[in-house]
Design a protein around this ligand. Structure first.
Ligand code: FAD
Length: 367
């Protein structure tokens, strides 16, 4: 039975919790409480590993644009490469091109390139089906395990106490302090940050906080060999109608059919029919003729009703802070969002260019 006292208890040892811990650990006493025996067991280790500045709603794009140089700076300190350039091709297959036109009109950094150029860049694409294309040349693939290890290392190096194998199951507010029960541990902290991913509403409820309808949704990835040579430098390809995306992963192909099925918070596992759909859709658009997958995984993307993150103090319950709803963008936004939240918790300006009006847009008060 251990008893821990901190200024801030972060519930959830995923990328959200650890990027915040790394950003605030040297200015506050912080404990990260994780239910699983290991950090990063859930969605944070199940992504497609992309950071795409033109992907997602405007606040997400701003966070991603701010995050990329922060991760670059961390990589320079470590003397290790963390990115591979992986331009993102948006592919137009349907006669109704409103979605591509809207992307081109509203998203700075996207360039129209046409179908011929898309096929030149990614020769596995079937030219006969493709109507048009656009490219985001600033997108990168990020080494997520390395990034996660840096967040953990920076947090621990700053004095953050990491408590794995401790699921928060009970909480009470005593005066100005929360007392959390988590496995064998009791944690007392004035502020609790709910960064519990798919369980974020569950944790809110057990703390007596009104839930915000944060909904976990399944998404499955398959990694499969192709029947033709794969160039590891090919761009990533994404159908603007969200039927598939794929990219090289070494000599194999990593792909998804972007299913969006609502789920309970759980350790999600792939389903055979979804994996089949992934292979069928990629095969229909390419000459890859994918073979049996060598790896598959499913993660839960947790979304609010407007698909923007939910970040900030709860207006009704003192000392409760939301860090939730990163959906499909939790990797690419983590560096900047961690620092913005750290500054918000400390009541100081974050000083990050382009993010001045961010927090009001993400406020939990909008639900
Ligand atoms: C297939 C797929 C592809 C994706 N691709 C990308 C991508 O390319 N780029 C990108 O930016 N994003 C991507 N994402 C999204 C990204 O992975 C998520 O947004 C991000 O990982 C969410 O991180 P998190 O820390 O909020 O959640 P998690 O990693 O799930 O962490 C939450 C943690 O809270 C813990 N927890 C829950 N309840 C409790 C409790 N009661 N007590 C203590 N701990 C608790 C859990 O055990 C868990 O470890 C993808 C997601 C999926 C599924």
């Amino acid at each position: 039975m251990s008893s821990i006292t901190a200024d801030i208890a972060i519930v959830g040892g995923g990328i959200a919790g650890l990027s915040l811990a790394a950003a605030i650990g040297d200015r506050s006493s912080v404990a990260v409480i994780e239910a699983e025996p290991q950090l990063f067991h859930h969605t944070s280790s199940r992504s497609a590993q992309q950071m795409q500045p033109t992907y997602g709603p405007a606040p997400v794009r701003a966070l991603t644009t701010a995050s990329i140089p922060m991760v670059t700076a961390r990589a320079e300190r470590a003397g290790l490469p963390v990115y591979v350039s992986r331009p993102l091709l948006w592919l137009q297959y349907d006669a109704d091109r409103s979605h591509l036109d809207e992307l081109l009109a509203t998203v700075p950094g996207l360039a129209p390139i046409g179908a011929d150029e898309a096929v030149r860049l990614l020769p596995a694409l079937r030219r006969d089906l493709l109507l048009d294309a656009a490219i985001d040349s600033s997108a990168v693939e990020v080494d997520v395990p390395l990034l996660l290890s840096w967040y953990r290392e920076d947090a621990v190096g700053a004095g953050v106490r990491v408590v794995p194998g401790a699921r928060v199951t009970a909480a009470e507010r005593i005066g100005d302090v929360w007392r959390l029960q988590a496995g064998d541990a009791t944690i007392e902290a004035a502020t609790v940050v709910d960064a519990a991913g798919a369980w974020v509403d569950t944790v809110a409820a057990l703390m007596g906080v009104r839930q915000r309808g944060l909904t976990p949704k399944r998404r499955t990835v398959a990694v499969a060999p192709a029947s033709r040579p794969v160039d590891p430098a090919w761009p990533m390809a994404a159908d603007v109608a969200d039927r598939f995306y794929f990219r090289p992963r070494g000599a194999t192909i990593l792909a998804s059919a972007l299913e969006d099925e609502v789920s309970e918070p759980e350790d999600a596992q792939p389903r055979e029919e979804v994996v089949r759909t992934i292979l069928d859709r990629v095969d229909a658009a390419t000459d890859l003729a994918l073979g049996a997958p060598v790896q598959t995984w499913t993660g839960l993307r947790t979304l609010s009703a407007d698909a923007l993150p939910v970040v900030g103090f709860d207006a009704d319950v003192p000392g409760f802070y939301w860090l939730a709803g990163q959906g499909g963008y939790g990797i690419q936004t983590s560096a900047a969002l961690g620092r913005v939240v750290a500054a918000d918790l400390l009541g100081v300006p974050h000083g990050i260019a382009g993010l001045d009006d961010l927090l009001p847009q993400l406020s939990p008060a909008r639900f």
